[in-house]
Design a protein around this ligand. Structure first.
Ligand SMILES: [Zn+2]
Length: 162
């Protein structure tokens, strides 16, 4: 999706960032802030099949739609396309002797996972994301508004008419 985001993408203030980081569990902190990877097949969102939105665990920005989730059999939640291209940042990652593309939340910079080009059609992209990096929001529930930005945050997400 290349639609312009309707979300306020300005980064959290250092004070907001620290306050949100303080709410993370050690496992969440290790992935989101220290760029770790959770063990495969342990993530709580792996079998999540309800309709809804997957938001950044740290700042609450929607990053993926449930409708774009697929079973990649890798042990990590996987998506074919982001909620909005503007909500992710892409960073070249050469750790562990591999060249990969790291995915971060474009707003708060937290680590989410990696994207690979071996996904299913039509995008052939596989966004391989850590469960602990995400917060699932069922489509009947309001989106988080962790930074006090106001609508569309804090409201039930309604996709814009195509
Ligand atoms: Zn974020």
């Amino acid at each position: 999706m290349s639609h312009r985001s309707t979300f306020d993408l300005s980064p959290p203030t250092p004070l907001q960032f620290d306050a949100l980081a303080a709410t993370l569990t050690p496992d969440e902190r290790q992935v989101l802030l220290d760029h770790g990877t959770e063990s495969p097949f342990c993530g709580v969102l792996l079998t999540e099949k309800r309709a809804g939105v997957y938001a950044c665990r740290l700042c609450g920005l929607p990053l993926f739609l449930a409708g774009n989730k697929f079973d990649s059999r890798t042990g990590w939640p996987s998506f074919t396309t982001p909620f909005n291209e503007q909500h992710l940042s892409y960073v070249r990652d050469t750790s562990y002797g591999m060249v990969r593309t790291e995915i971060r939340c474009a707003r708060c910079g937290s680590h989410q996972g990696h994207v690979f080009d071996d996904g299913p059609p039509p995008t052939h992209q596989r966004y391989c994301i850590n469960s602990v990096s995400l917060q699932f929001v069922a489509d009947t529930d309001p989106l988080p508004d962790k930074l006090g930005r106001g609508a569309p945050e804090g409201a039930v997400w309604q996709a814009p008419a195509a």
